[in-house]
Design a protein around this ligand. Structure first.
Ligand code: ACM
Length: 686
């Protein structure tokens, strides 16, 4: 009976949590080993930092930041105030770009805190963990007693930010670096050039930034590099060549393979398939000039040259380039067709020579993998796992981004379930060592500097955990619980992933109550993958991103939580057989009540929202979704009423309800109702 009651309490309190969880509290990523004690640090006791290690102002500054965030710094005017030691021991100053060690141990006891790490990078990671330890007990927030040993599974844990499609000012980059540090990501992949813009000031080829309008001055770049280094984050610049280069061609038309003269950077999101002319020496001379300048600006030993998405159509269309390819035996066996891969490999080798001269190692997208690629070039796999494993088999270090594309608006669970090295991977132990890690990728066609945080966070944290924590840390429900805690933590760090969409909703609601619009927006998601380009609305780089779709979450928490309630209900119904109907009724009563309230809110929302939808031209297109939410909720309520009466729905009712739900499933305004599949599950329950 006792275990029965415990189970009951568990079901009532934690809908959907069926798997047992280790005690992970708010730690994300989950550390290697954690032993919780029973004591706590006395609340509000200031911490006095003590260092043993080489003098390092960056480490000292990081400690000061952490203590300020915890509210535990010794007040400057009261140095004699009661305090406990924060003892920090480290061997050497670590550098992220050299893959220096990040492991650490962190011990919190009632008499103080100790961090031990071989390098200052480990100290930074320990501080990130420390910032996730506070827990509320009664009226106080306390640090619990704990002993943590931790080290990353993968050395390369990145976030790509695309500042070419929409420019992101320095302040946006900085707050995202803060968020990265909080979840122990250590590579900012800065996608600095594309068809739509070249975003770094060039003193040698100034037209590059001049045609792009918005760009970082070199002083600003150095400011970002310093900010990142202070957080143990390396910065990998990407200058994508030979494709994705309309911005370059608008500045320096001599680079072009085709005969289109671009007077401005590209004003479209369509894949352009333009490429540099790989046959002209002037192309390499210009690249040498620019890369000479940029390799000096960016200290990382790696330099990303892109290399993706050039289908060779411009090369095939240019008789001079075809003649060059013929002379160099770069035709396919028919003697006529261009071997595009051979010509791009030629281009890559020329670029490689330039990078080698400037002491850089090449990184490129998986298209660059091919014969002649040096073994130190890093392959970034975006088209699938195959590129990752092919690269490792060829002896090249490699990182995974396929599965981690945040711009596809897939769930955090989807990214979390993507493991670069699952247990059944096809690689030998030596090849496995070449899998350096991975990167979440935030391509920004549909994310400007206002809403970009909301497209990155908190989902990127799920990738961060996948890349830091052990393979068997894979309880998705527990990940989501901690993701919510991280989301709150990031708000405290100044991230705008929650406030910016809310602000947008308020703008859209104008003087009316934002509540009903928020209720709708919370259960919408932008259409997935790249469907947003193909919904009868043509976006250009200057289309404002300020419609309801931009305020809709990439993944609806409200829909997911409702899904957990359906899980709970289903579990309770299954338990009926074993425990009897009384159990099922008790276990599901509270859950059912919450579901009823939610469904009623949705059902009633449409009539509250109609006046605003009708009055606002930018909102009118969402009217069908608001009506659909109401209609779907009504069906959900009918099913719930039967459940509460312990009646099975008759087959005819169920078939009709499912048919109606199918008919409601139509995107509008480039969004879809995330809650429809969930209500469908409820209707289908038997
Ligand atoms: C890419 O997404 N084209 C690398």
């Amino acid at each position: 009976m006792r275990s029965f009651l415990l189970l009951l309490v568990f079901l009532l309190a934690r809908p959907g949590f069926s798997q047992p969880t280790a005690d992970t509290r708010n730690l994300l990523p989950v550390p290697t080993t954690v032993r919780w004690g029973t004591a706590t640090l006395k609340p509000k006791t200031a911490l006095r930092p003590q260092f043993q290690g080489p003098p390092d102002s960056l480490t000292a500054a990081a400690v000061t930041r952490t203590l300020a965030r915890l509210g535990l710094n010794v007040p400057a005017r009261n140095q004699s105030a009661a305090s406990l030691p924060l003892q920090i021991n480290f061997g050497k100053v670590g550098r992220a770009e050299l893959f220096d060690e990040e492991r650490y141990s962190l011990r919190v006891t009632p008499s103080g805190i100790t961090i031990d790490a071989p390098t200052s990078l480990g100290v930074l990671r320990a501080l990130a963990t420390l910032e996730q330890l506070p827990q509320a007990t009664g009226r106080n927030v306390v640090l619990p007693e704990v002993d943590i040993q931790d080290q990353p599974r993968f050395a390369w844990r990145g976030l790509l930010m695309d500042v070419a499609r929409h420019f992101m000012p320095v302040s946006v980059i900085k707050r995202n670096l803060d968020a990265m540090a909080a979840v122990k990501l250590n590579v900012l992949h800065w996608h600095l050039s594309d068809d739509q813009g070249f975003r770094v000031e060039s003193k040698t080829l100034p037209r590059l930034h001049e045609v792009s309008g918005q760009y970082y001055t070199q002083d600003e770049v150095r400011e970002v590099l310093r900010y990142a280094a202070a957080r143990g984050i390396r910065v990998l610049p990407e200058f994508d060549v030979p494709g994705h280069t309309i911005a370059w061609q608008a500045a320096y038309p001599i680079l072009a393979s085709g005969d289109t003269l671009y007077k401005t950077v590209y004003q479209s999101w369509r894949l352009a398939n333009v490429a540099f002319d790989p046959t002209k020496e002037t192309t390499y001379k210009l690249l040498d000039t620019l890369f000479g300048e940029m390799t000096a600006l960016f200290p990382d030993p790696y330099f990303h040259i892109g290399g993706d998405e050039n289908d060779g159509r411009q090369w095939r269309g240019n008789p001079r380039i075809m003649a060059f390819a013929k002379a160099k035996k770069m035709l396919k066996s028919d003697g006529k067709t261009l071997d595009k891969h051979a010509l791009q490999t030629y281009f890559n080798r020329r670029v490689l020579t330039i990078l080698t001269k400037y002491h850089k190692q090449m990184v490129g997208w998986d298209e660059i993998l091919g014969p002649g690629l040096p073994k130190n070039a890093v392959i970034q796999s975006w088209r699938g796992k195959k590129g990752l494993y092919d690269a490792a088999k060829a002896g090249n270090p490699t990182i995974l981004s396929n599965g981690y594309y945040l711009d596809l608006n897939l769930s955090a669970a989807n990214a979390y379930g993507t493991d670069p090295l699952p247990a059944d991977n096809p690689l030998t132990p030596a090849q496995q060592k070449l899998i350096l890690g991975g990167e979440a990728a935030m391509w920004s066609e549909f994310a400007d500097s206002v809403i970009v945080d909301s497209r990155i966070w908190p989902r990127a944290a799920a990738v961060a955990e996948r890349l830091w924590s052990a393979r068997d840390v894979n309880n998705t429900a527990d990940m989501y619980r901690r993701l919510a805690a991280v989301s709150r933590q990031l708000e405290g760090l100044g991230l705008q992933h929650r406030s910016a969409p809310e602000q947008l909703l308020r703008q859209l609601a104008g003087p009316t109550d934002v509540g009903p619009l928020r209720t709708l927006a919370q259960v919408l998601e932008p259409v997935k993958e790249y469907k947003r380009h193909f919904q009868g609305f043509t976006y250009t780089p200057s289309t404002p991103l300020n419609r309801l779709v931009d305020a809709a979450p990439a993944e609806s928490d409200v829909a997911r939580n409702f899904n957990c309630r359906v899980d709970s209900l289903q579990d309770a119904m299954k338990a009926t057989d074993a425990r009897g109907p009384v159990f099922a009724m008790l276990a599901s009563r509270r859950n059912a009540l919450a579901m009823r309230q939610q469904l009623q809110t949705w059902q009633a929302n449409n009539s509250r929202l109609i006046p605003l939808l009708a009055a606002s031209p930018t909102l009118t297109e969402y009217a069908p979704l608001s009506a659909a939410l109401s209609a779907a909720a009504a069906l959900g309520l009918e099913r719930l009423a039967l459940l509460e009466k312990q009646q099975q729905p008759d087959a005819e009712w169920q078939a009709s309800a499912l048919k109606q739900l199918n008919a409601l499933n139509k995107p509008a305004g480039q969004t879809e109702l995330a809650v429809l599949p969930v209500i469908r599950r409820l209707v289908e329950l038997r």
